[in-house]
Design a protein around this ligand. Sequence first.
Ligand SMILES: [Zn+2]
Length: 216
Amino acid sequence: VYQVFDRLLQEELQDRIPLEAKRLVIHSTANPGVGDEAHFKWLNQARRHGWAHYYLDWDSISRLVPEGMVAPAQGPTANRDSISIEICEAPAGQTDEFLEAWERAVWLAADILDRYGWETDVLFSHADISKRYPAETDHTDPIAYFAQFGRSFSDFTADVAAALKQRRELPPAEDWQEQLIDQLITEGLLTERRHPNQPVVWWELAAMLLRVRQPK
Ligand SMILES: [Zn+2]
């Protein structure tokens, strides 16, 4: 789990058009070594040609535009229904930075898909969007950037799918606690005699667990 920092662009620099999100588009910045804070600073100085909802690098994640508002990152049609993530590019050969940013991007993409109830069929690269709407945009990021570090967009999609699956398989916290208590009881841990010099003796633990179990 990573923290997302709100570094919101001044409202007058944004499009201020409501967004009905239907897909997620992944970009890379083509600015090797320049992180999310520096991108925010530059984008927040004057109205620029384009920007994304999120910028992330090897040590942080910034949200520049709320998910409910348009961020023009990838051509008019997709801008109207896409949430966008810019991965800040690690300098050539800096594999640690590349992987740190990759992990953050996988986590954030899985978080967004999970919150919207989406699957990876709505996860696209900017290159995918250019193929679909060739008259509107022609960028091919982040394909070449990923390739520089031996990865493909399919690798990225597979990692997001795995992260999403793991996240959705986790039972709710309360169920998980219940299961643990059942396990402790059925495995005999709470019915055996324990040495009384333990910091918490078994019957104290049992009393606490039984209390937790009682319906509220
Ligand atoms: Zn792009």
